[in-house]
Design a protein around this ligand. Structure first.
Ligand code: KE4
Length: 428
């Protein structure tokens, strides 16, 4: 029987927060609407664990939705941020730090000869789409149902992540005009892409190369190669949204792992090490169209700010060959443990993993696209989430998100997660 845990202080803080913020949160998924109960209010994190205001600690598999690949409050990241903060947090002027981080990213991802920093993944994807339209003179952009590229109007059509979590078909406030040039097809459906690309000239095909916003959904063999071929043949730009996969599934992200080169790449999360950051980049030719060099306008007050650059540089410095081997090993250990736990509990679930990204779907079928993901039993996931939380494991509060494993998750933490999963599966 799960012990229900009274989180009195969190409940009190939620009530106060709800008076001044929609849902009491700064991003919808954090309100726990899809899993029931109320969210613990977190006051500290260290390594793979966080502590809430009621003194309860949890093994954390949210990890700030991806940025904390080295774990919470890594000493080298904290020290670097503290030193920079003592020299100022933002100057609104060029700094050596942004050029250093840009060069580091470019070195890891050869297709990115130049990039522009922004302050979120949303800005990165929105700006990449504008650049693709400016570069091609075309309007239409094709994306995939269940993939999420932030909340810019044109990209909220049939998006994944929070929209799938809250069951929102699109979003109020997005006008038909704003969404008119966005074509949405099923992920892994190459024929649908061929038909769409044949029917209208596309500025871009925008894809999460390894999808993370309908849960963890890998591309079918040949899918990314097929998108590359269609883009080469039709003149559309291939845009990889690597906000999740960048520096996570490999040092060179999905492009290193798949061997498929993108024309434009979006980054976020890991490259900021937990501070607000995004970036979009590509060939020198394409990026020379971006102001002040060219006619595609984009700007940002805190773009490239020294604190985020410092946190990003300190984090990327930790991501060497041994780090990726570790992330793969610990991800595989968790996957195997969950499969064993489900078998022992007689639970029909599907575990899908890419490196240190993983989702346990409450469905018994392979999940290749959003429709497959939607066959998952969301009530069972909600019960499972509550049971895991009561056992001190904090999962992303949605069936349609990835669990994020970090370098700070050791074997003991994985054992703790697997034991809690077995007991929770037996119970839910
Ligand atoms: P942000 O604007 O939230 O920094 O990035 C948007 C974004 C773009 N592209 C991909 C592939 C993403 O996953 C995201 C944001 N991810 C979600 C979680 N799946 C952020 C969590 C939230 O919305 O609170």
């Amino acid at each position: 029987m799960t012990t229900t845990y009274e989180r009195a202080r969190s409940a009190e803080l939620l009530e106060r927060a709800e008076r001044v913020m929609p849902g009491g949160v700064s991003s919808p998924v954090r309100a726990y609407r899809a899993v029931g109960g109320h969210p613990p209010f977190i006051e500290a994190g260290e390594g793979c664990r966080v502590r809430d205001v009621d003194g309860r600690s949890y093994v954390d598999l949210v990890c700030s939705w991806g940025p904390l690949i080295a774990g919470h409050a890594h000493p080298e990241v904290v020290r670097a941020i503290a030193e920079q903060a003592g020299r100022g947090t933002s100057y609104g002027a060029p700094t050596p730090l942004e050029a250093e981080l840009a060069a580091t990213i470019s070195e890891a991802v050869p297709s990115v000869e130049m990039l522009r920093f922004v302050s979120s993944g949303t800005e990165a994807a929105m700006s990449a789409v504008r650049l693709a339209r400016g570069a091609t003179g075309r309007a239409k952009v094709l994306k995939f149902a269940g993939c999420y590229h932030g909340h810019s109007d044109a990209l909220l059509a049939k998006a994944g992540s929070g929209l799938a979590t809250l069951g929102l078909p699109g979003s109020a406030g997005v006008t038909p005009g704003a969404a008119a040039d966005t074509i949405t097809v099923a992920y892994n459906d190459l024929e649908a892409v061929r038909v769409a690309a044949g029917a209208a000239p596309l500025a871009a095909i925008l894809v999460e190369p390894y999808a993370g916003n309908m849960g963890c959904v890998p591309p079918d063999p040949g899918f990314l190669e097929g998108l590359r071929e269609i883009c080469d043949r039709t003149g559309a730009l291939l845009v990889f949204d690597e906000v999740i996969t960048g520096f996570r599934v490999a040092r060179g992200g999905a492009q290193e792992r798949s061997g498929i080169r993108a024309d434009l790449t979006c980054f976020g999360k890991v490259i900021g090490g937990g501070l607000p950051v995004g970036a979009y980049g590509g060939s020198r030719t394409l990026m020379s169209l971006v102001a002040p060099l060219g006619p595609v306008y984009q700007a940002g007050t805190l773009s490239g700010n020294p604190l985020a650059m410092t946190a990003g540089l300190a984090t990327l410095r930790l991501l060497d060959v041994a780090a990726y081997a570790r992330l793969e090993a610990i991800g595989a250990l968790l996957e195997a443990g969950l499969v064993r736990a489900a078998r022992a509990a007689g639970a029909a679930v599907r575990v899908q993993r890419i490196a240190s990204l993983l989702t346990l779907f409450f469905t018994d079928r392979p999940v290749r696209n959003e429709d497959d993901a939607m066959t998952s039993d969301r009530e069972r996931f909600a019960a499972f989430h509550r049971a895991m939380l009561a056992r001190g494991v904090m999962l992303p509060p949605s069936q349609f998100e990835c669990w994020f494993v970090s370098l700070a998750h050791d074997e003991a933490a994985i054992e703790e997660i697997v034991a809690a999963a077995r007991a929770s599966l037996e119970e839910s």
